[in-house]
Ligand binder design. Structure first.
Ligand code: ZN
Length: 288
């Protein structure tokens, strides 16, 4: 078959032993598939298309938003870092943190400024080189190639990473190995259980591989809890934010402005019900 390996298409990436079913959400790559147990959505894009789209996103700017949103981004980073320190009950100076998929190092930079002992690993060569040039401690390559020792980190962050992976369980198990007992894993990804997804379906830009290189796997609060359970983590907290009812350019300007206002009005309600489209999930390494 020309699609991703049948093993991938036949199994839920979150680890459920349940069949994947076709959904009415049609992308250029074919209908999105959905796990009948946890609701995880899976793209049918080909391996060739996947790797092509990943390469398009390797540049020194990384994959993060460009200028103009820096202060709100650093405020968000600070919130994530405060929550990590609170969950660990340790001051930043005592927290050894690894940012996996650190891109050009924006989050890492915030962590270092706040006093965390932070380093990163990034597979994209140009993004990793930019982070290194900014004076950050970064290894270029995939996490499992870095060969970190067992239990050497207190916290690991994964922003905009797991939606790119066909087999996220392997990455989470490697994170678990190098986290100390009780260590925190923070995952940032889109929420396919959001009101943005309910309103826009296949028009939701986040699902589009040409706009978001390599997005092939779409989580919701339930499927991420399933992934956590299958890889030795417990869920400490899930926060979501942001709602859009249509994408810019997808509807008339006046409709977009009204939809944007409506989105802002329901943001608080969405956050309280875990229906926002940006999801931050705090997991704790459980067990022995
Ligand atoms: Zn599932």
């Amino acid at each position: 078959m020309s699609n991703l390996e049948s093993r991938f298409l036949n199994a839920c990436p979150a680890g459920c032993n349940a069949p994947l079913e076709a959904t009415p959400y049609i992308l250029p790559e074919g209908a999105l598939l959905r796990c009948s147990a946890c609701g995880q959505l899976v793209s049918q894009c080909t391996s060739a298309r996947y790797w092509q789209s990943m390469q398009e996103f390797d540049d020194s700017q990384g994959t993060l938003p460009k200028a103009g949103s820096e202060s709100s981004r650093s405020r968000r980073s600070r919130k994530f870092l405060d929550r990590i320190a609170n969950l660990l009950g340790q001051p930043p100076g005592e927290i050894r943190l690894l940012d996996v998929g650190c891109s050009s190092g924006a989050f890492l930079n915030s962590a270092v400024k706040l006093g965390f002992c932070a380093e990163g690993v990034e597979p994209a060569p140009k993004a990793a080189a930019a982070a290194h040039a900014a004076g950050l401690k970064v290894r270029q390559g995939l996490l499992h190639e870095a060969g970190y020792a067992d239990e050497q980190f207190d916290a690991i962050t994964l922003f905009e990473v797991i939606e790119h992976l066909q087999q996220p369980q392997e990455l989470l198990r490697e994170c678990r190995r190098i986290l100390r007992p009780g260590g925190i894993l923070l995952i940032g990804t889109g929420n396919a259980g959001s009101w943005s997804m309910s309103a826009m379906g296949a028009r939701w830009e986040y699902l589009h591989i040409e706009k978001h290189g390599g997005h092939v796997s779409f989580f919701n609060p339930g499927s991420i809890a399933s992934l956590a359970q299958h890889t030795g983590f417990s869920v400490e907290a899930i926060h979501t934010r942001g709602v859009r009812f249509c994408e810019k350019g997808d509807c008339a300007g006046s409709v977009y402005r009204i939809a944007k206002l409506a989105g802002e009005l329901v943001n608080l309600l969405a956050a309280s019900l875990n229906k926002g489209h940006d999801m931050a999930v705090y997991l704790k390494k459980s067990g022995h």
